[in-house]
Design a binder for this molecule. Structure first.
Ligand code: ADQ
Length: 464
C-alpha cells in the first residue's frame, strides 16, 4: 500500500497542543497505514527553511518548515490571504495585489517543494491542501518528482468573469492543471472552474471525463468534505450534561437559544446576521426577553487589516443591539471572540433551537453539519443555512436563505423559532441521514481512490 503524504499550510503538531481538527480525524484510517504530513511549523526564523524538521510519532510522521518573517508576510498575509482568499470568496473589492507578495508566494512554494522532495519515496501519493499551495505540483515536477499529486481546494472557486481580476490568472489555472487530480467541495465550484478553463485555456470538458492538458489526463471532480457525524452526536449528548453545558443551560433560563459558530472572517456574513437579529427584535416583539443569541467568533488572521476592521464593526454592532434591546435581566446577544473546545461546542449546539450559518460564500461549512449532528432527534433544532455555502447543495431541508438580505435572515430566524416539533423532526431526520452518507471518511476514501487511479470518474472504486 502506498504511503500518503499530506501537505497543508499548517500541521496539527501534537507537541503544540493542537487539537485533532477535521482533517486529522478524517484521515485517521489513512494514518494507520503510515503517513507523512508536511507544513509550516507556525514558527518564524531568520530564513525560510528548505529542509524539514521531522517529528516522528509512530505511524504518522510530521515534517515542518519555519518561514522567515518576510515570507510569512508576503506568502501568508499577502498573496494567500489578501488576494486569493478574497478573490475566491467573491470579494474582489478587498483584494490587495502586490508583486512582491506574489514573488513570496512562489518562493515559499518552492521551499515546500525542496523540503518535500528530500523526503519522498517513489510510490508515495501526495495530497496537497488548499489555496496556499497551488503552485506546489509544478515546483515538485521541476525537481524531477514523478509521484502522483492531488490537490483539494477547501474554498470556493469563481467564474471566469471574477477570476480574470487576478493578475496572472491564466498562470494559476495552469498550475492547477499540473496536478493529477483536482478536487472541489461543490458542483458550483467545479462548474466555475470549467468556465475558467473554457475562457482562459479554451478547454471544454466532457462531463465525467478527465481533462487532457499538455498530453496528460487530469481528473477534476467534487469531493464534498464531511464530519464523523455519529461520533459528534455522541460527543454532543455527553457534553450537554457537562459543567459548561449545565452553566449554559442555567444561564438561558428557559429562553429560546440561537447559536452561531464561526471564525471571525468577513466571508462568514456576521454583520448581516447581527443586523438580522436586530430586525428580529424590532419586527417580532414577541421574541423580546424570550430569545438569547450566542455568537462564538474565534479571532482569526489578525495580521490582515480587513479582519481588524471587521472586529471593530462587530464590536460596534453587538454593543448597539444590546444597548438598544437589553433589559436589566436579559442580554439578547452574547458575543465572544475566544475559541471554545470541540466538546463544549457540541454540547452548546445541542441546546440551541436555531443554528445560524449565513456565510456570504463558503467552500463547505462544517459548522452546518456539526449543528445537525449535535441535535437531539426527539427535539431537534432548526438549521438556517446560506445558499452560498457549499453545504447548501446537499442540506436542502435547512431553511435556506440569501445571506445578503438581512430581512430574509430575520424571517428565517422567526420561522425557525416557531417551527412545530413534527416539522423540526422531519427536516432533521433527512438532514442527519445526509450528513451520515457524506462523511470525513468517505471524503478521504474517494479522493485517495481517485489519486491512486483506482476510482472511476464517479469516485467509486473499480474492481481491480
Ligand atoms: P473554515 O473557514 O475554517 O474552513 P468551517 O468549515 O466552518 O470553516 O469550520 C472548520 C472547523 O472549525 C469546524 O470544525 C468548526 O467547528 C471549527 N470552528 C469554526 N469556528 C469556531 C469557533 N468559533 N470556535 C471553535 N471552533 C470553531 C475551510 C473552508 C470551509 C470548509 C473547511 C473544511 O472555508 O468552507 O468547510 O475549510 O474543508
Amino acid at each position: 500500500m502506498a504511503r500518503v503524504v499530506i501537505v497543508s499550510n499548517r500541521v496539527p503538531l501534537p507537541s503544540k497542543g493542537a487539537k485533532a481538527g477535521g482533517l486529522t480525524v478524517a484521515l485517521k484510517d489513512v494514518f494507520k497505514q503510515g503517513a507523512l504530513w508536511l507544513g509550516w511549523s507556525g514558527e518564524l526564523a531568520a530564513e525560510t527553511a528548505t529542509s524539514a524538521k521531522i517529528h516522528a510519532t509512530g505511524k504518522l510522521d510530521f515534517a515542518t518548515i519555519d518561514l522567515s518573517e518576510q515570507d510569512y508576510r508576503r506568502f501568508y498575509v499577502g498573496f494567500a490571504n489578501s488576494v486569493l482568499w478574497p478573490l475566491l470568496h467573491f470579494q474582489p473589492g478587498l483584494l490587495e495585489f502586490d508583486r512582491e507578495d506574489f514573488e513570496g508566494y512562489l518562493s515559499v512554494n518552492r521551499a515546500y517543494a525542496k523540503a518535500l522532495a528530500e523526503l519522498l519515496r517513489p510510490d508515495d501519493l501526495i495530497w496537497v491542501h488548499d489555496y496556499h499551495l497551488i503552485p506546489l505540483a509544478e515546483a515538485l515536477r521541476a525537481l524531477g518528482v514523478k509521484n502522483r499529486i492531488g490537490f483539494f481546494l477547501h474554498v470556493p472557486f469563481v467564474p471566469a468573469s471574477v477570476f480574470s481580476i487576478l493578475p496572472s490568472a491564466e498562470w494559476l489555472l495552469r498550475m492547477m492543471l499540473a496536478y493529477d487530480v483536482v478536487g472541489f467541495q461543490a458542483r458550483q465550484h467545479l462548474h466555475d472552474f470549467e468556465d475558467c478553463l473554457r475562457n482562459f485555456l479554451n478547454i471544454a470538458r466532457q462531463s465525467g471525463e478527465p481533462i487532457w492538458f499538455e498530453g496528460r489526463p487530469v481528473i477534476v471532480d467534487t469531493f464534498p468534505i464531511g464530519i464523523d457525524s455519529r461520533a459528534f452526536a455522541r460527543q454532543a449528548k455527553k457534553a450537554a450534561g457537562s459543567i459548561a453545558g449545565h452553566r449554559l443551560f442555567e444561564s438561558i433560563a428557559g429562553r429560546s437559544f440561537m447559536i452561531g459558530v464561526d471564525r471571525l472572517d468577513y466571508s462568514k456574513g456576521l454583520p448581516n446576521r447581527f443586523e438580522a437579529f436586530g430586525y428580529l427584535l424590532d419586527r417580532f416583539p414577541e421574541h423580546r426577553m424570550h430569545v438569547t443569541y450566542l455568537q462564538i467568533a474565534a479571532r482569526s488572521r489578525e495580521d490582515v487589516t480587513e479582519y481588524q476592521r471587521l472586529k471593530h464593526e462587530l464590536d460596534r454592532l453587538s454593543g448597539e443591539i444590546n444597548g438598544r434591546y437589553a433589559d436589566f435581566d436579559w442580554q439578547p446577544l452574547r458575543y465572544m471572540t475566544r475559541a471554545v473546545s470541540r466538546a463544549n461546542l457540541a454540547g452548546f449546539h445541542r441546546q440551541a433551537r436555531v443554528g445560524l450559518v449565513t456565510p456570504l460564500r463558503d467552500g463547505m461549512n462544517l459548522v452546518a453539519k456539526e449543528y445537525v449532528a449535535a441535535q437531539d432527534p426527539e427535539d431537534p433544532g432548526v438549521l438556517v443555512l446560506s445558499r452560498l455555502a457549499g453545504a447548501a447543495e446537499d442540506l436542502t431541508e435547512a431553511i435556506i436563505i440569501n445571506p445578503y438580505d438581512p430581512e430574509e435572515i430575520t424571517e428565517a430566524m422567526h420561522a425557525a423559532l416557531i417551527m412545530p416539533l413534527d416539522e423540526r423532526k422531519d427536516r432533521h431526520e433527512k438532514l442527519f441521514e445526509k450528513i451520515c452518507r457524506t462523511t470525513a471518511a468517505s471524503y478521504c476514501r474517494d479522493f485517495l481512490n481517485a489519486l491512486a487511479g483506482t476510482a472511476t470518474s464517479t469516485g467509486m472504486p473499480t474492481s481491480q
